[in-house]
Design a protein around this ligand. Structure first.
Ligand SMILES: [Zn+2]
Ligand SMILES: [Zn+2]
Length: 310
């Protein structure tokens, strides 16, 4: 990230951070300015938030969500945090502590909910009962309950820390496997839908993981160390690694892919059709009962059959 003797491209002060994709080096103060500008630009361009609008931020305890929370507060949005406790071992506990430390630093409220309370089952139980990949189940449950809790709290917008590396990694996977419908839904804003969806936004979509890491380092954000012990079956990291390779050979590739796609796209994806609500919970779905309600139904049935676990 650094070379000794580097000078800031903007102000010529000693620079700590180098970004080949911008052919630029920044000191700490200019890094802040540039990062805040990029997020502000994304918020305005995609009409994510009105000035000063309250927003709930999904806080995992990793660098992306902690940086997003700080940036939104710095830009004048009264952002509250929501942390879902997954309870998958020491990393989950470190993630909770990191989220709480960030809330104290910002002086902002953090809401903490146990996924097991919300779902009435642990992630592991849902995985066992449905015989599905751990990360797929965990991801579905997290997305579902972040949305539900945000709805219950009456906050109109949910922000997540997804950035350029997440979006381009996902795009590459969708491209390679011909998932055109997923590809067509690439957009950093998902509008609210009837009573089932809050508006979802990705204000970090113009920033790479390296830029967010630099920001987290510059501000010594209390990022949770380690990785999830449950992480099995996730394929996104492979696509992200492939994108990192391309980026290292051709700086700017990620921005070209993502921002170029958005420029050429007709606009935000069409909302679900009016009748497409889950019979059980009202969540948007095309199949009568939504994926999460079906997974939880199977989990309850499995519990009735399974020998008691200690
Ligand atoms: Zn500078
Ligand atoms: Zn449902």
């Amino acid at each position: 990230m650094t070379d000794p003797g580097m000078k800031c491209t903007r102000c010529k002060a000693p620079a700590r951070f180098r970004f080949p994709q911008h052919n630029a080096r920044f000191c700490d103060a200019c890094l802040d300015l540039v990062i805040h500008r990029q997020v502000d630009k994304a918020i305005r361009r995609f009409q994510m938030l009105e000035p000063g609008q309250p927003v709930l931020v999904a806080i995992s305890g990793g660098k992306d969500s902690l940086a997003l929370w700080r940036i939104l507060c710095e830009l004048g949005y009264p952002a509250q945090g929501l942390h879902l406790r997954l309870e998958l071992g020491p990393f989950s506990e470190a993630s909770l502590e990191a989220s709480q430390a960030m809330a104290r630093l910002l002086g902002r409220p953090l809401h903490v909910r146990r996924l097991a309370d919300l779902a009435g089952a642990t992630v592991q139980e849902v995985v066992w009962a449905n015989k599905r990949e751990f990360c797929a189940v965990c991801g579905s449950l997290k997305r579902y309950y972040l949305n539900r809790v945000c709805l219950e709290m009456g906050l109109p917008v949910l922000a997540t820390g997804h950035h350029l590396d997440d979006e381009t990694g996902r795009m590459l996977g969708n491209l390679l496997h011909g998932r055109q419908d997923h590809l067509d839904r690439t957009w950093p804003v998902l509008d609210a839908w009837q009573d089932g969806f809050v508006k979802k936004i990705k204000p970090l979509c113009r920033l790479g993981g390296d830029e967010i890491l630099a920001y987290a380092t510059a501000h010594q954000l209390p990022v949770a160390q380690g990785s999830c012990s449950g992480a099995k079956g996730a394929t996104l990291p492979y696509y992200q690694e492939a994108m990192r390779y391309l980026e290292s050979k051709m700086p700017g590739t990620k921005r070209d892919l993502y921002l170029g796609f958005l420029r050429r796209a007709a606009g935000p994806p069409a909302p679900p059709s009016p009748g497409a609500a889950c019979q059980v919970c009202g969540h948007p779905t095309h199949v009568g009962t939504c994926t999460v309600c079906r997974m939880l139904e199977r989990t309850r049935a499995w519990r009735g059959r399974a020998p008691r676990r200690r």
